[in-house]
Design a protein around this ligand. Structure first.
Ligand SMILES: NC(=O)c1ccc[n+]([C@@H]2O[C@H](COP(=O)([O-])OP(=O)(O)OC[C@H]3O[C@@H](n4cnc5c(N)ncnc54)[C@H](OP(=O)(O)O)[C@@H]3O)[C@@H](O)[C@H]2O)c1
Length: 313
């Protein structure tokens, strides 16, 4: 069996566990075999590597890193033929697959064709965060044109896409970020770019149809008073309490909901089309070669990246 270069780790822990090594080429799933050109990092890569979700990810090693990818089909599958430029995000909870590798074998629903004219790094950068923002705003919050939406933690990976998608869906967008990133949020479409320091006052004095807590550190109890009747609070960070509230509060006049991103070909196609039409732009914080993975993870783990960290192969 062919072998490939890949980022791997053989025990949970800090960055010292991670190395650039070799692994057997991945086994085909329901989709194609893809030669990876670019990948992008997400906080989930670090959280799982640290073993914070070991109950889900299990104790089988080696494990890999990376969920987002863009590349070219090397072996056809899932209706995508050899040579097609593709992108996507893995729905991966065991990290026995990863995209920081020369080859990846996504399932058919985790991959879509990159539209002509769209750059591979942009496509890789938009996959997981784009799916998350789209599913949070369109499917969970069900925002309607004219809705008042507040996005907390707006300058990160999910936030920078959420600002743009909320506008595409017709919402009026307010954002909360560090003071230095307010102008950046405005440049992405925020109509009211607020600083973190004003959040308590905003929550006490304003009403929104949706509060999207992208960073995930806002408690529902604090945001509830800022929701209009039938308003929805959406968080990205799961906890047992949030899973229960997600079910129970659906019948309440103020919902506490959770987004759990699910890769879907249709949604990837939609994100690709918006990239091609210029309705959405990928925000890239920085780029690293695969060999510089430690610096890339160090930057991700600072929690102050503005957009995506791209790994180029
Ligand atoms: N449930 C799901 O399906 C799902 C999917 C994707 C992501 N997530 C989760 O969503 C969260 C955000 O993901 P991401 O990709 O956007 O992360 P990210 O890009 O790493 O987020 C970095 C951003 O967080 C901001 N930030 C740092 N400290 C903050 C604070 N105390 N309050 C508010 N914002 C703060 C930073 O802004 P400043 O530098 O301006 O402070 C920076 O722009 C993560 O916890 C991730 O695991 C969940």
């Amino acid at each position: 069996m062919r072998r490939m270069r890949a980022i791997r780790y053989d025990a949970y822990g800090g960055l010292e566990q991670v190395k650039l090594g070799e692994l057997p080429e991945p086994r085909l799933g329901t989709g194609p075999l893809v030669r990876v050109k670019c990948a992008a990092l997400n906080p989930k890569d670090s959280l799982f590597r640290k073993g914070k979700f070991a109950l889900l990810s299990g104790r089988k090693f080696p494990k890999q890193c990376g969920l987002d990818f863009a590349g070219v089909v090397e072996r056809e599958g899932g209706g995508l033929s050899v040579g097609t430029p593709v992108f996507g995000a893995l729905n991966e909870w065991t990290f026995r697959r990863g995209t920081l590798a020369e080859l990846v074998a996504p399932d058919a629903h985790e991959v879509a064709a990159i539209p002509p004219g769209v750059d591979a790094a942009d496509a890789a950068s938009i996959a997981l965060v784009g799916l998350t923002a789209l599913q949070a705003l369109r499917d969970v919050a069900r925002i309607a044109p004219g809705a008042d939406v507040l996005i907390n933690g707006a300058s990160g990976g999910v936030g920078t896409v959420a600002i743009q998608l909320a506008r595409v869906l017709g919402a009026k967008v307010s954002t909360v970020s560090s003071d230095e990133m307010r102008a950046f949020c405005t440049s992405l479409g925020s109509q009211e770019a607020l600083a973190y320091s004003t959040l308590p006052e905003v929550l006490a004095s304003r009403r929104f149809d949706t509060v999207f807590d992208v960073f995930g550190n806002l408690r529902f109890g604090k945001a509830r008073g800022a929701l209009k009747k039938n308003g929805v609070f959406v968080s990205t960070v799961p906890s047992l309490g949030r899973v229960v509230s997600d079910r129970l509060s659906r019948w309440s006049s103020h919902q506490e909901r959770l987004v759990i991103v699910t890769p879907r070909r249709d949604d990837l196609d939609q994100l690709g089309a918006w990239l091609r039409e210029g309705k959405l732009r990928a925000v890239i914080d920085s780029r690293f070669p695969l060999s510089d993975f430690a610096a890339a993870f160090g930057k991700l783990e600072s929690k102050h990246t503005h957009g995506k960290i791209v790994i180029e192969l």
